[in-house]
Design a protein around this ligand. Structure first.
Ligand SMILES: Nc1ncnc2c1ncn2[C@@H]1O[C@H](COP(=O)(O)OP(=O)(O)OP(=O)(O)O)[C@@H](O)[C@H]1O
Length: 292
């Protein structure tokens, strides 16, 4: 019976491909975005394209609206004005609930700090989006998928039954990533994934993101303050300042611009240290101590 249900679900999935990410050169297209809270204008005339298959780093000073931008894209924040398309669809104008669900299951989100449910085990956390989108999946398959995701992010198998409070900071991040990957998304949003990790743990996490993105063909929207992460993982970087994206490109391209914030950011002492560290450790080592 369970097998029949699961095969039916797979057939439904194949049939319900209203959104086909592989058909789009640009995963995300934003034009004229404005976000305003009371008198405070956070974004004004913000344009940004995220290319399919790239890891795009998003940087900017504190309060420049990186998280608000991410929340706007995934529909948690209704913009004051402007247009946001994800795989050619605009979330707030999709009338059909099925189509909206189809779009939302194409992305996974890892919020700042992991945002795991503290009363659920790691495996149960991973199963939350699966239960939401596929309520008829049976318990055995849910457990199998959770175990696979645990392995995929480099957690030991015994991490599945553990609760977030029993995990190290690095393991919490990996569990958050596993949950974000639960639905096999095409698009992954990461909000400061390495914040709070020690440099070795952060480097391992960077390598994990790069490896997963390459093997799964993911498009990644990655908010970070971590210069090492930019050098280790990102194909391009978008810079938020002056209420919009002032520049987007590879790090060498950004370095060629004369904008003072960009120069301070990449050519300041930390930027130079990250650049030289990137030269001497081009490919951080995967694996090793999986507790970090
Ligand atoms: N729901 C809200 N209501 C009012 N103001 C908000 C709301 N959400 C965000 N803001 C404001 O929008 C601005 C941008 O916030 P956001 O969290 O996007 O910044 P950020 O660039 O991600 O900052 P950080 O790097 O410090 O995380 C801040 O001034 C914040 O106080």
């Amino acid at each position: 019976m369970a097998g029949k249900q699961n095969s039916e679900i797979r057939e439904e999935l194949a049939a319900a491909d209203a959104v086909r990410p592989e058909a789009f050169d640009r995963a995300i297209c934003i034009r004229g975005l404005r976000n305003q809270f009371g008198d405070a204008v956070v974004h004004d005339g913000l344009d940004l394209d995220v290319r399919s298959g790239e890891i795009l780093g998003v940087v900017g000073g504190s309060g420049t609206g990186k998280s608000v931008l991410m929340r706007s894209i995934i529909g948690l924040q209704t913009p004051t004005a402007g247009e946001i398309e994800v795989y050619g669809k605009t979330l707030d104008t999709i009338a059909d609930e099925e189509e909206s669900r189809d779009l939302r299951r194409r992305w996974g989100v890892m919020f700042q700090g992991g945002a795991l449910f503290s009363t659920l085990s790691v495996a149960e956390n991973i199963q939350v989006p699966l239960r939401e989108f596929y309520p008829r999946l049976d318990a055995k398959l849910l457990d199998e998928i959770a175990a696979y995701k645990v392995q995929m992010v480099g957690l030991p198998p015994d991490a599945g039954p553990k609760y977030p409070a029993e995990l190290s900071g690095g393991m919490v991040k990996r569990a958050g990533l596993a949950r974000a990957l639960a639905l096999d998304p095409a698009l992954l949003f990461l909000d400061e994934p390495t914040a709070g990790l020690d440099p070795i743990g952060a480097a391992k996490f960077d390598a994990l993101i790069r490896e997963l993105a390459d093997t799964m063909g993911l498009t990644v929207f990655l908010i970070t303050h971590d210069l090492d992460t930019l050098y280790a993982t990102c194909d391009r970087v978008a810079v938020l300042a002056e209420k919009r994206v002032i520049a987007v490109g590879t790090i060498p391209e950004l370095l060629a611009t004369q904008h003072p914030w960009i120069q301070d950011y990449f050519n300041g002492p930390r930027g130079r240290a990250a650049a030289s560290g990137n030269q001497s450790a081009k490919s951080p080592v995967l694996g090793g101590d999986r507790n970090s």
